[in-house]
Design a protein around this ligand. Structure first.
Ligand code: SF4
Ligand code: SF4
Length: 264
């Protein structure tokens, strides 16, 4: 596929890559059309050690000559999210989708990197997940915080990012020397109903271990639940040990598939 190094070219490439993934792996797939945003790397990124993690990397730690950050979101299909709503434990397909989506994100990131390199722009990657400190549960490269700075979405009360395609899905990111400019995809200051001063809190009610409240997130409670799910579910016994999933706070919420604040 020919591509121009423009935001539209990168978006078209990502859409086609995700659309052809089900055929490649011989399933119906779990994904909807991805969203992709870019932003110039500037002084806004200096705040990451304060707001994300004190050891958070600056994009230019990955690539000193980086000019742009690219962040993308691969939303899950409604059927999958609906299936994961049932009960207090995640369904097998949610675990499978997690494993396959991380792999998809890693490969898509590498393909985007190759395209940029072929046009003469050095680029840098990190993995979709497991780049974090398991003691303090903070990532040195937080796709969520980077996606926020790229205006791909806004934080929800459930501490996930809510994009115009919702929060049920996974994020990937890379940095590049290409000067892509600012291409946001979200146009509201908030995307969470509660944070926008409206009634909601459905994610708080849905958490089986009470890890969420209006003002905070007990990340160790959540992390313990993700590990426990992996250990107690027979249907997860053949999935990798790193299949850390739950997703109840993203299942059929007002923000699962859209930015509900944009509809107010
Ligand atoms: S379920 Fe409601 S309160 Fe929770 S993140 Fe979504 S919009 Fe915000
Ligand atoms: S992922 Fe599960 S355990 Fe973690 S906050 Fe959401 S509902 Fe609670």
């Amino acid at each position: 596929m020919m591509i121009n190094i423009s935001i539209q070219g990168l978006r078209d490439f990502a859409e086609e890559y995700v659309a052809t993934e089900p055929d490649r792996i011989g399933t119906e797939g779990w994904w909807q059309t991805p969203l992709l945003a870019s932003t110039p790397i500037d002084e806004r990124f200096d705040i990451l050690p304060q707001v994300a993690f004190n050891e958070h990397l600056h994009p230019q730690d990955l690539l000193p000559s980086a000019k742009s950050l690219i962040v993308f979101f691969v939303p899950f299909k409604r059927e999958l999210v609906k299936e994961n709503k049932k009960g207090e434990r995640p369904c097998r397909n949610w675990g499978l989708a997690y494993v396959h989506t991380n792999d998809l994100i890693n490969r898509l990131s590498q393909e985007l990197e190759k395209l940029l390199i072929a046009e003469g722009f050095k680029s840098g990657l990190t993995p979709a997940t497991h780049n974090f400190d398991e003691n303090i549960l903070m990532a040195r490269w937080s796709h969520k915080h980077l996606a926020y700075l790229a205006n791909l979405g806004r934080f929800g009360t459930h501490h996930m990012l809510i994009t115009p395609a919702g929060c049920a899905g996974r994020l990937g990111s890379l940095v590049t020397e290409a000067d892509l400019g600012a291409h946001p995809v979200i146009d509201t200051d908030e995307a969470c109903l509660l944070k926008a001063g409206k009634k909601c809190g459905k994610c708080i009610e849905s958490c089986p271990v009470d890890a969420l409240d209006e003002n905070g997130f007990e990340r160790h409670k959540c992390w313990n639940r993700l590990n426990e799910n992996r250990d107690v579910l027979d249907s997860f016994s053949d999935l990798p040990k790193t299949t850390h999933v739950c997703g109840k706070c993203a299942a059929l919420m007002p923000c699962s598939f859209m930015n509900p604040v944009a509809k107010l």
